[in-house]
Every structure is written in structure tokens, then in C-alpha cells.
Design a protein around this ligand. Sequence first.
Ligand SMILES: Nc1ncnc2c1ncn2[C@@H]1O[C@H](COP(=O)(O)OP(=O)(O)O)[C@@H](O)[C@H]1O
Ligand code: SF4
Ligand SMILES: [Mg+2]
Length: 368
Amino acid sequence: MALLEVDDLSVTFARRGQRTVHAVDGVSFSVDAGEVVGLVGESGCGKSVTSLAIMGLLPKQPGLRVGGKAVFDGTDLLQLDDRSRRDIRGRDVAMIFQDPLSSLNPVIPIGLQVTEVLTRHRGMKGEAARKEAAALLDRVGIPDPRRRLKEYPHQLSGGMRQRALIAMAVACRPRLLIADEPTTALDVTIQAQILELLKELVRDSGTALVMITHDLGVVAGMCDTINVLYAGRVVETARRRPLFRQPRHPYTVGLLGSVPRLDAGRGERLNPIPGSVRDVLTWPDGCAFAPRCTRRVDECVGEPPELVLTHDGRSYRCVNPAPVPGTPPPQATTTASTGAADDAAASTGAADGATAGPVPAPREEEKP
Ligand SMILES: Nc1ncnc2c1ncn2[C@@H]1O[C@H](COP(=O)(O)OP(=O)(O)O)[C@@H](O)[C@H]1O
Ligand code: SF4
Ligand SMILES: [Mg+2]
């Protein structure tokens, strides 16, 4: 069993007089010790809510409902009382937040906050702890670390606070670390330094790392397995190489097509995904990505696409996925509903052997 098994996690926010928000809708993924698993998607797709739910840190507001399981080393984190959850957070599980100010204590100098972690988790004291704390600040690119250790969070810039927080998370060598956009606000050289430090943590301490990001560059350099989220659901899961080489879900194809590549031909254009994340269908009415999808066919609406498992251990939710090159097009079983989908379906064979249907259990993709 994996160190963390997230199973059918759902989070809804209901507010009187407003539409209920299904921020997370049946998300499942797992992370092993020493593995880096990515949660990727555009802003608003449910990445932060997923991580906060696992950590038990969602704001306790009326109308909040959390369902499913998040089993860490045999314990369902969602069933813990506040005290046990705090214990496990202090001991085994850590998180780097998007907003660093809220997670540092404003009235305690940075140095004391880092050394306290070193004392609690690694038994280091006095000068040895101070030396290690300074070395960690140095590793995350904070200049003059000995002086910075004496300063309070408000005396540091936002970027430095973020780096101090990362230093604290690394200092406690957690068994599980959830990093929510840890480097988004930082410049690229510092970003590279921090990603290297996180990789080292995974390699040397066997930490299981959940890397949450909208940045495919970060994913390409870090993650072993990637879960692509759209509208609160995982729409594709694959190991890094197959995902980048041959994305199947049209949303993944769109994400990859909208980032610059060093190996792109001269004059080659980027292809941003049409529409915005606000253009979503509710899942019960069909595929949420349908309003933006260029491979849309009739079967995409009416029923949510079921999960398809492929022979190489990948999975996706799509009735008309991008084809694998060299595969003979299967018999077209669907009629396209848009011009764009017409083209795509005609050139590849619609549905690629997959059929949409109400069956909830995952099924295997037919062999080509
Ligand atoms: N406290 C909240 N109350 C109501 N809706 C929320 C709350 N927090 C997040 N959401 C909604 O949940 C969805 C997912 O948000 P979030 O997980 O922050 O996205 P991401 O991290 O992928 O950018 C968004 O539509 C957001 O507006
Ligand atoms: S082809 Fe259909 S099911 Fe697949 S992503 Fe597009 S709209 Fe969704
Ligand atoms: Mg977020």
C-alpha cells in the first residue's frame, strides 16, 4: 500500500442562495515513499482545496462538506480529531502553502522557528541547530543567513518568507510533504535551487512529495507520476515520460500545447486552450471540458466520461482521446457535433476504442 492513498476525495461548499461549488469531485491518487507525484491544472481546478482537505486545514465554514478518504500509513487523515491531526502534522506530514505569511509565527524570529523544528524533529540543539538553520537558509538562497535568522517574518520580503517556510519544511524531513505552488512567486534561479533541494529531500529522506503546480516546467523536472486536474476531477494520470510524449486527454494536450518548448521549430506558434476555466459543464451533464474541447463529440455530453485504464498503466476520462501514433483508427462510433470535432474525429477515428457510459467502475482500454 502506498504511503498516502487518496480515495474518492470530495469537497463541496454550499452557500445559501448561491450555487453549490464542487471544488473537488472524486479525486483519487496515491504517493509512495521517495516518490514525487504532481497535481497539475489551471488556476481554480481544485488543487489547493485538495491539499488543504488532506491536511485538515480547510476553513471551518458552514456548508463545507468533505467526503472520501486520505489514508496516510494506515490512518485516515479525514477521520482524525484536531489534536491527533496536529500531532501527525508536526511529526510526519508537512505542507508548504501558497501564502507563507499565514504559516509563520509573526512574533518569533525566523531563526528560532527553524531551530525549533530542528530540535523537535532531529534532536539538534544550541550552536549545532543554529548552524544547520543558517545552512538551510543559505540552501534556499537567503543571503546573509546568520543575520536573517534574527529577523521577524515581517522584516523579510514575500519571496524570502516563502523560502524560509520551505527551509522549515525541509528541516523536519517529513515522511509526506505537500507543496502547493512552492516556487510560483520566486525568480527562476531561486526556483531551480529550491526544486533541487526538494529533490534531494526526496532522495535522501525518502519523503513522499505531492507537488502542486500549474507550471508544466516544474512537473517535467520533478514528478514521477502526474495527475491532471480539471474542474475538481483527475482527468488523466500517467508517468512523466508517457504523459509528455503522448498525452491522451485533450485538456492535457492543450496544457502541453500552450507552453513554450526549447525544441519547438522556428516560428512555431503556441496554442492556448480556447475559452477559460469558467467555461465548464457540470460533470453530471457530461465532460466538464466539453465547452473548450476541440475533440468534442456527441457522447461527451449527457453522461460524465468514465475512467479508462490503458495497457501501459495510464488512465484518463475521455470518450475521444488523442490517438496513439501508429495505431490504426478504430471504427468510428460517434457523430461529431462541432466542426473542430468533425475534423478530429474524421482524421483519427472518433472514440479511439473508448465508449462513454454511466458505468462508474474503471475499465480497460481495448487493445489496438
Ligand atoms: N472557502 C471557499 N469557499 C467557497 N469556494 C471556494 C473556497 N475555497 C476555494 N473555493 C473554490 O473552489 C475551487 C477550487 O479552488 P482552488 O483549490 O483554490 O483552485 P486551485 O488551487 O487549483 O487554483 C474554485 O472554484 C474556488 O473558487
Ligand atoms: S473529447 Fe469529449 S470527453 Fe474527451 S475531453 Fe473532449 S469533451 Fe471531454
Ligand atoms: Mg491554489
